[in-house]
Design a protein around this ligand. Sequence first.
Ligand code: PLP
Length: 387
Amino acid sequence: MSIKETDKKYVAGTYNRFPVEIVSGKGSVVVDNEGKEYIDLGSGIAVTSFGVADDEWQKAVTEQISKVQHMSNLYYTEPCAKLAEKLCNKTGMSKVFFSNSGAEANECAIKIARKYAAEKKGADYSTIITLVNSFHGRTLTTLAATGQEHYHELFQPLTPGFVHVNAGDIEEFKKVAIESKAAGILMECVQGEGGVIPLDGEYVKAVAAFCKENDIVLMFDEVQTGNGRSGYMYAYMAYGVEPDVVSTAKGLAGGLPLGATLLSDKVKDVLGFGDHGSTFGGNPVSCAAANSIIDRIDDTLLADVKAKSEYIFDTFTGLEGVESVSGMGLMIGIKTVKPAGEIVKECMANGVLCLTAKDKVRLLPALNIPMETLQKACEIIKKAIEA
Ligand SMILES: *Cc1c(COP(=O)(O)O)cnc(C)c1O
């Protein structure tokens, strides 16, 4: 059997895979089993922050793997402690809880908001507000948080205590927050799976101010937008607000599983001994990988991300066959006249891997994609759009 046949027979059919088997790569170029090269503008869905088989990342991972691959959270390990310190220094947050995925990072955030509100205001203050069209993960609780009905239908009953409000409507948010006795609000600064849609700046500021006045836990899901992807270390920084909790994962460890929930001074001690845990969370190899990523997200890199973002916006905005371009940093959605799926297919045939989000072509290139490589890929996308 070919790999494709074996996979189809034995791997659960939850993914509609493209007919391509990737076997190797370097940076922003990946190679399939027939030796064909592709420019990768998906980065494993915003995961391989510095591309595939990046030298510094590989060195950090192999060095740690040759020392100790796992020790359980009953012992101290250096990569975990150092990473937590770095994340706090780069954000002004006070503590970090490590897990393995975005959904788990959000679960931790939700547990914190619930416990904080229960202790501060009473157990009836348990509602978590999220936005319509959001995406927060696939566990039953993060599905409940996800504001898209079609993900919910087959899996009732979901975790209770979630309500969804429309992004941009501050009066609705205030009303629901009071009436539902909200513990917290969780939102993506740029809705990723929802179609690469950035939130309005005034709205985010107004939500943050209301949360502060009413002691509602303000949480940002930076699973996709985080770790330099937006052109900022975290996307909330572009909005000039101070969150209580930030969850992240995807690009954090550049291709190994790692989730992190960053806690502000206000909530840093909400979870105490025995309140939460994770067997693999803070794994030394994942944390060593993450250290090699976080160390390189500096002002120079972020300026470069912004410049490449501008290049992509300039290339596609107003182009015939393009209805709109949205997003932030190297997280971009292009709404095309032709169905997005067709464009992705045509790009793949011509050596470029891109994604879709709702009805848009979605681009999530590596943060360090060379400009010439990006230009080459954009030419191929342009041809697919115009054809
Ligand atoms: C991908 C994603 C998640 C889920 O992350 P997993 O690692 O798949 O659990 C949650 N929130 C957002 C915004 C995401 O993009």
